[in-house]
Design a protein around this ligand. Structure first.
Ligand code: ADP
Ligand code: MG
Length: 478
């Protein structure tokens, strides 16, 4: 039986404002509990919310980033429910009239092709506080620092057809909000999290299957695993003659499974109604134009430009534009070194990214500055060192052992380009290995690599590879 997976995501992006959406309290992460909650966040009687203008600007920015309609007028609504970390008894959100309407984003899939994912809407809302269950010995603590932190909820159409597509879309939005500098994208701290709605249907069906919603997943890997688990579960339920009931499920990363949290019947009726404390939100054309003026080059545009300007493949360009800082690092090195963009890209995505990952550092924290990497690439291109030796130099640079030229000098890594010296080494290797020479001459071409290896070993990898190849070919020809 041929099954099709259908996925729609609801992403919560915490907006990077200094103060909260309806109060002047600070939003900084990690403060002592309850030190960043003011009377409004604590819902004292008689307090009134005042909308933070920056939040509106950020939502418009996102809307423009996904080519969406920006609503001239949107409405804040109360979503009513009781929860200990929601002292008002309702969350202020947008329901019928969100600030951002229909939009879309192009997402690159694994095979390099692009797929358009449609965005239904994006609306503004406030976050709730946090209930803390650890360290309280059978009691719960409430931290209201997060209460009133601005969120943008981005709802997609059910356009994704696999867990991998869902992750690709999530990554595209993650990259976009960071480019726009409206969200720090920190998934561990919960600044960027998503609910995945998953259903399956037989390929011949035109109607969508019943969906389950997987709540609050905060890593790309978990999103992929949670969806894959859920798809298998739904298929086996249906194949065994059962039906899927609409419910909210939780993903448990330790057990790699999803479990029922609440069924649709138990779902809250939130009794949404327009918040009488807040006026409708009016966005004027001049506000939109002002934000437009402030838009950076977006990942998609940058990727296109990198492919034409630097002749990079879609794959390379896509990796380089994942963050604005990485793209900037690349362009700075290319400019400073005048090295081949492809060589530059390889070094940044290979050795540098590898070392950064291992040390758990971001590109902005790289111990190797752009000027240093540029110098290293120049030394490869002017044949002072081979690409292989450059790796040794890079390691020394990473460990702060000094400037590129200093390292090359101190460690005696300069490439041997003196053909006399190479010739005598080649002659010695030919003399020392008569059997291999005979085999090679009788047609075992593969042995060529053996001679290259011997020569490189004897020279500590310092021979110019082109020169060595040419001389070896000549001398081995007999
Ligand atoms: P709710 O507000 O109850 O969560 P929505 O209609 O806003 O419901 O849908 C939420 C998300 O679920 C959207 O991202 C949407 O694309 C997705 N979705 C809706 N129907 C399905 C389905 N049958 N399978 C998978 N995802 C779906
Ligand atoms: Mg939902």
């Amino acid at each position: 039986m041929e099954w099709e997976t259908v996925i729609g995501l609801e992403i919560h992006a915490q907006l990077r404002t200094k103060s909260k959406i309806f109060s002047g309290a600070a939003t900084e992460y990690g403060a002592e509990p309850n030190t960043q909650a003011c009377a409004v966040d604590l819902a004292f009687p008689g307090v009134l919310p005042v909308l933070n203008e920056e939040v509106v600007r950020m939502a418009i920015k996102f809307g423009l980033g996904v080519s969406a309609e920006i609503s001239p007028k949107s409405v804040f609504a109360r979503k009513n429910y009781f929860y200990p970390d929601l002292p008002k008894g309702y969350q202020i959100s947008q329901f019928e009239l969100p600030i951002v309407g229909k939009g879309h984003i192009e997402v690159q899939l694994e095979d390099g092709t692009f797929k358009r994912i449609n965005i239904t809407r994006a609306h503004l809302e406030e976050d709730a506080g946090k209930s803390l269950h650890e360290d309280f010995h059978g009691l719960s603590g409430i931290d209201l620092n997060r209460a009133g932190t601005p969120l943008l909820e981005i709802v997609s159409e059910p356009d994704m057809r696999s867990a991998k597509e869902a992750v690709a879309y999530l990554k595209a939005i993650h990259s976009l909000v960071r480019y726009l500098e409206i969200c720090d994208g920190n998934m561990q701290e919960g600044s960027f999290r998503c609910d995945a709605n998953v259903s399956v249907r037989r390929k011949s069906d035109s109607k969508l299957g019943t969906r389950c919603e997987l709540k609050n997943i905060n890593s790309f890997r978990y999103v992929e695993r949670a969806i894959n688990y859920e798809v298998e579960r739904q298929i086996s339920v249906i194949e065994a003659g059962g039906t899927i009931s609409q419910e909210t499920r939780l993903y448990d990363p330790d057990k790699n499974e999803t479990r029922t949290m609440r069924s649709k019947e138990e779902a809250n009726d939130y009794r949404y109604f327009p918040d009488p404390d807040l006026l409708p939100l009016v966005v004027t054309n001049s506000m939109i134009l002002a934000v437009q003026d402030d838009m950076p080059e977006l990942p998609g545009q940058k990727r296109e430009r990198f492919m034409t300007q630097y002749a990079l493949t879609a794959y390379d360009a896509d990796l380089l534009v994942t963050s604005r800082a990485l793209a900037m690092y690349f362009e700075t090195v290319v400019k400073e070194s005048k090295a081949q963009p492809k060589l530059t890209a390889n070094w940044i995505m290979g050795d540098l990214s590898g070392a950064l990952n291992k040390a758990n550092l971001d590109i902005t924290e790289s111990p190797v500055a752009t000027t240093q990497l540029a110098k290293l690439l120049q030394r490869i291109e002017d044949n002072t060192i081979s690409g292989k030796i450059a790796k040794t130099v890079f390691e020394a640079m990473w460990n702060n052992e000094g400037d590129v030229d200093e390292i090359i000098d101190k460690q005696g890594l300069k490439q041997v380009t003196d053909s006399g010296a190479i010739e005598s080494l080649v002659a010695k290797i030919i003399a020392d290995n008569p059997e291999q020479v005979a085999d090679y001459r009788s047609g075992k071409d593969k042995l060529f690599g053996f001679f290259v290896g011997q020569a490189m070993k004897a020279s500590g990898g310092k021979l110019n590879p082109q020169q060595l190849n040419q001389l070896l070919k000549e001398k081995l020809a007999g």
